[in-house]
Design a protein around this ligand. Structure first.
Ligand SMILES: [Mn+2]
Length: 245
């Protein structure tokens, strides 16, 4: 019997984005940092066992050293484990942030970077998390390809960063994630990133969600993250949390 598991799922933070203006962008930098701080405070208050962050923590691989160090401090201060993968904005291109900085050196952080995918086991709460490092956001990269069969007596969790193509979607999309992959996964929860709007792509009883971005995507919109409760014999309970602005 697996104990119940509570997961926080947030993605697409885009630290150091330069989208909001010119100059030295300290206002934009501080705004993004502020949103991330609020997000982490709200997640902390929810007391999850585990935090899944499927990509685009940074807006680009040009994020400042200062912001990279700051983000490692923020993640390292959390009293629960964090599992992460890169996104297309902070992908594993040469000189990419996650090749220059080993986030897995932060004691509670696990960065899943292997191109073929890799898993991290959390025996303390009977969970395994799988994810894959994106080298390039292209048609060749398939975020959920190679997902292992689910293991018995554990919560089987996965992360992916890419474009949802549905059941009969276009195969020429970059980093495609299909309904067939989700429904055939046998997993308990698939945490997705890339779409900045909340999107439920669950299929065949497999819970799979894009959590939305914490930064509002339009005036009046509130950023979102998800609190997921897994309990054996029950459907996943996914609660949408709107970020205080
Ligand atoms: Mn993305």
């Amino acid at each position: 019997m697996k104990p119940p598991l509570r997961i926080a799922h947030a993605s697409d933070i885009h630290l150091d984005t330069d989208y909001f203006g010119g100059g030295d962008n300290t206002a934009s930098r501080d705004y993004c940092r502020g949103v991330f701080s609020t997000l982490l405070a709200e997640i902390r208050a929810a007391e999850p066992h585990l935090f899944l962050l499927p990509g685009d923590l940074f807006d680009s691989n040009r994020a400042s050293q200062d912001t990279i160090a700051w983000s490692m401090e923020q993640l390292g201060a959390l009293p629960f484990p964090v599992a992460m993968i890169p996104g297309n904005h902070d992908c594993l291109e040469p000189e990419g942030i996650f090749l220059r900085h080993d986030f897995s050196k932060v004691p509670n952080v696990e960065m899943l970077l292997a191109g073929a995918g890799e898993s991290r086991d959390y025996p303390e709460f009977s969970a395994r998390v799988w994810g894959k490092g994106m080298a390039e956001h292209s048609t060749e990269f398939n975020p959920l390809d190679g997902l292992p069969d689910p293991g018995p007596e554990q919560w089987n969790l996965a992360m992916g960063h890419g474009i949802y193509i549905g059941r009969d979607g276009f195969s020429y999309r970059s980093s495609p994630i299909s309904a067939k992959q989700i429904e055939g996964s046998g997993h308990d929860y698939i945490a997705l990133g890339h779409h900045h709007a909340l999107l439920d792509v669950s299929a065949n009883g497999i819970a799979a969600f894009y959590c939305g971005a914490p930064i509002p995507i339009s005036p009046g919109h509130q950023g979102t993250w998800l609190l997921v409760e897994l309990e054996e014999g029950k459907a996943a309970k996914v609660e949408v949390r709107k970020l205080e602005q």
